[in-house]
Design a protein around this ligand. Structure first.
Ligand code: DGL
Length: 266
């Protein structure tokens, strides 16, 4: 382990969505030194081919791990996790934790139907269809894939308001038809209040963030410890949009300003 009292965890996503998972990890394990890496050059992942996506995630994670002591990797992206985990786990000996849609807990509590809100890619993945077949055979799962919602979350994190009318238009197929909604994209907990406002208080929203934090805890065998006080690093594969607004929020979350990666091929 890199440092017994402050283990290092690399959290990865296409954009800022993985920060929702980061927040859960820090809530449970404040002693962890989290490095955040995001592939904004290839964002949005929900619109990429599987081959390109696997290649990008493999290249970025493997290059980073080759140069830095890391104890565990969290692929804080449903779109990537539903296809890249076998490749990464074959190559690396440290734990690689993925985030996949929380269909199982959702269907346990649903009386009516489950809504899966994810990226256009996640709702078509075999992995997702298997989750539904295995854990929700008795409860209908209505799938809704949207990149516009991902963009709304990116904008909100940079201080821009979510337009409730536009959100209601996107979520229209689910309104009144479900009692549990799975936030199957790590960007969506960032606009959870707005989604709740549109779907109404009879709909329970579920995401995977807390479960991932518990998985990190169990795989690294950690007890809650003292807060890691240093500023943590955040890396992007291209210059981020609206960088100063982004850095302002990142500072609040405990990061130093975004740095751009200099790997060959990126
Ligand atoms: N945050 C990602 C997810 O959980 C993907 C967003 C995107 O780049 O399309 O699926």
């Amino acid at each position: 382990m890199s440092n017994q009292s402050n283990p290092s965890v690399l959290i990865f996503d296409s954009g800022v969505g993985g920060l929702s998972v980061y927040q859960e990890v820090k809530l449970l394990l404040p002693q962890v030194n989290c490095t955040y890496l995001f592939d904004n050059e290839a964002y949005p992942y929900g619109e990429l081919s599987q081959e390109v996506l696997i290649h990008r995630v493999d290249m970025l994670i493997s290059n980073y791990l080759a140069e830095n002591p890391i104890d565990a990797v969290v692929i804080a992206c449903n779109t990537a996790s539903t296809i890249v985990l076998p490749t990464l786990r074959k190559k690396h000996t440290i734990p690689v934790i993925g985030v996949v849609p929380a269909i199982k807990p959702a269907s346990t509590i649903a009386n009516k139907a489950v809504g899966l809100i994810a990226t256009p890619a996640t709702i078509t993945r075999e992995y997702t269809k298997d989750l539904v077949r295995s854990f929700s055979s008795d409860t209908h799962v209505e799938m809704l894939g949207s990149t516009q919602l991902v963009e709304m979350a990116e904008a909100k994190l940079r201080g821009r308001e979510v337009c409730i009318e536009v959100l209601a238009q996107i979520l229209k197929p689910l309104i009144g038809n479900i009692d549990v909604a799975v936030l199957g994209c790590t960007h969506f907990p960032l606009i959870k209040e707005e989604i709740a406002q549109v779907l109404g208080n009879k709909v329970t929203l579920i995401d995977s963030g807390e479960a991932i934090a518990r998985r990190v805890q169990s795989l690294l065998k950690l007890e809650p410890g003292n807060v890691y006080k240093e500023r943590q690093a955040i890396w992007s594969s291209a210059r981020p949009s609206d960088e100063s607004a982004l850095n302002y929020v990142l500072k609040e979350l405990g990061f130093s300003p975004v740095q751009c990666l200099r790997f060959p091929g990126v």
